[in-house]
Design a binder for this molecule. Sequence first.
Ligand code: AMP
Length: 361
Amino acid sequence: MASLPTHKSHEPSGFVAPSSYLRRSRGQSHPNPTQMSYGQKTDSESAIDRDQRLGLERIRDFLKVRTSYDVLPLSFRLIIFDTSLMVKKSLTILIQNGIVSAPLWDSKTSTFAGLLTTSDYLNLIQYYWQNPEAVNRIDQFNLSSLRDIEKAIGVQPLETISIHPQRPLYEACRSMLESKARRIPLVDVDDETRRAMVVSVVTQYRILKFVAVNVSETQLLRKPLKHLKLGTYRNLETARMETPVFDVIHQLVKDSISSVPIVNSDGVVTNVFEAVDVITLIKGGMYDDLDLNVGEALKKRSEDFPGIYTCSIDDRLDAIFDTIRRSRVHRLIVIDEDNRLTGIISLSDILEYILLEGEGE
Ligand code: AMP
């Protein structure tokens, strides 16, 4: 594992450094995007449609002239794991550094070996569940054995897509959408050795925040969500506070989703169990906490949990971009006036909408 302080050689013009995120403590009320929206509701429908199209065009133009490199802050650190690192140690390092993924480096071949993400730990848990006798060996697994585990349970291997940092951001977004990856490593070639060199990792959140900060035409996106094809509103995977964590992990893996809303018997959203919550549960290589139910597991959540963001189908993308600019949002849970679950808008849904809406096949 290496922790590298990395500096960019220059600051691209117009780049706005990420401001400090608004961290919301537990129990605070959710932000209401409607209160943060711009524009007049008296506009005629056709003017709203035109503005929506114009706003999307501006965002796409911006993504085509900016590169992934532009998204990076002036100074950042990069943590890379060697594939020989033990799984247990990798968990400790992730938690200590407050990160949820890391590029992998195979030092035997001096090659980039893909991106380690929460999905890999979920796969490991699935393997452990299917092969209880393996529990004694689990401590001896290193990161390269994750590939064998993934083969054994028949799931997609580690994410291996990457992009050159100087390619247009639009390409990075398309590549993420096609591979359903939520983050993409930036891989360059070292001039001297001609070997691959991992520069950084760009997430969907960082890209959307970069758009929110730099593209003022996001304010033109004033069409209510109920008139957009954005988000998932059917066959939502949910769980209860009493649901065993193991069952939720199956849901996450089965549907390749990053979270499951927790609802009560009336369908009211009371919390959200996220794939990243699993990392805290298995830290130190202890898998006993997976026997907990959701309610017990969520009590172990770290204090800096950024909160759950909600919106209604009457909210609009201009306000959602405002929220993304101010806060580290990973998804919005769509609720009705009684806080009952209506849908989920994930960052991949937003990325897909801004890239592909109206583009045909
Ligand atoms: P995510 O993994 O959160 O980026 O979401 C990937 C896709 O699955 C998006 O289209 C989401 O709208 C959808 N999705 C996310 N969570 C759920 C869920 N709990 N039930 C059904 N679909 C979901």
